[in-house]
Write a protein that binds this ligand. Structure first.
Ligand SMILES: [Zn+2]
Length: 57
């Protein structure tokens, strides 16, 4: 039984073997290898936005 290849909703500029599912939204993303991230770009942006707290300077 073959697993259907996930169809990215965005163009992924990485080898198919480096494509994995986002840990949050399960969308295919560049997860493995050089430059890979367990979160897709959208979720990563959301996380970083949530982290953006005013720094005491
Ligand atoms: Zn995601």
């Amino acid at each position: 039984m073959t697993t259907p290849t996930p169809t990215p909703t965005v163009a992924l500029s990485c080898p198919p073997k480096e494509v994995g599912r986002c840990a949050t939204c399960q969308q295919p993303c560049h997860r493995y290898g050089h430059g890979g991230n367990p979160l897709c770009k959208t979720c990563r942006t959301n996380v970083e936005a949530g982290r953006a707290k005013p720094t005491a300077t």
